[in-house]
Design a protein. Structure first.
Length: 231
């Protein structure tokens, strides 16, 4: 699988490569493999994405201080992982994005195939989805199939992402995606999958691009406000 996202606009999907996975993300799979996290992503005046943890708002069973601290640490690790994976000219830097993240651990017994069940479908306003294999133990592989509008019988793509690889999907083209974990005859296989749905954030734009101009030190220690550069 080649890496890069050059074909995203042309084909509706693109293979991507993951940077090194932070230890907090690996521990998150081990300790809470099915927990859902939300991040708000904003473009900053420093030409970079800012990731902010979005706590649950009055939801039943909302985490206490200890759990929230762990979630914030995990969110920081996920933010550093996504910063490079999602970077690309297709993403509107003038919009804030809400990212709904799921970590899914799947176990397939020897010689079987198990469908990877994502916790929830993409929201109606979802623009992009990232599905990436973080780690895998045992002799096995992932089979991913992407389908276009109308539920055509022939998939747009069949791929087998390995650990450190994933697929970035444009939801205007890819309307459905199916994933199966295939285990070899020698024993069971365990896989950690990361799923991220990107949708425009609701409410007024709070992007740091608009609220925090870049400061440049001028003559005699003065500060000059400049407009941030865009890619």
């Amino acid at each position: 699988m080649r890496t890069g996202a050059h074909g995203l606009r042309e084909h509706g999907f693109a293979p991507v490569g993951l940077p090194p996975v932070p230890a907090a993300v690996t521990a998150g799979f081990r300790d809470h493999p099915y927990r859902t996290l939300r991040l708000r992503m904003s473009w900053t005046a420093d030409d970079d994405w800012l990731f902010q943890y979005v706590p649950p708002s009055g939801a039943p069973g909302a985490p206490g201080p200890v759990r929230e601290l762990a979630d914030r640490r995990l969110a920081a690790g996920l933010g550093s992982l996504l910063r490079r994976t999602l970077s690309g000219p297709w993403l509107d830097v003038h919009a804030d994005w809400l990212i709904c993240l799921h970590r899914v651990r799947t176990v397939a017994p020897a010689g079987t195939s198990v469908r990877v069940e994502l916790p929830e479908p993409p929201p109606p306003d979802c623009a992009f989805t990232l599905v990436a294999v973080v780690a895998r133990e045992g002799d096995g592989s992932l089979r991913s199939r992407l389908y276009g509008p109308g539920g055509a019988s022939a998939p747009l793509l069949e791929a087998a992402p390995r650990p450190g690889q994933g697929l970035l999907l444009d939801r205007r083209t890819v309307t459905d995606d199916l994933h199966e974990l295939l285990a070899g005859p020698g024993g069971p296989v365990t896989q950690d999958l990361l799923s991220a749905h990107l949708a425009p954030a609701a409410g007024p734009v709070a992007s740091a691009l608009r609220v925090r101009p870049m400061l440049v030190r001028g003559p005699a220690g003065t500060l000059i406000h400049t407009r941030p550069s865009l890619r």
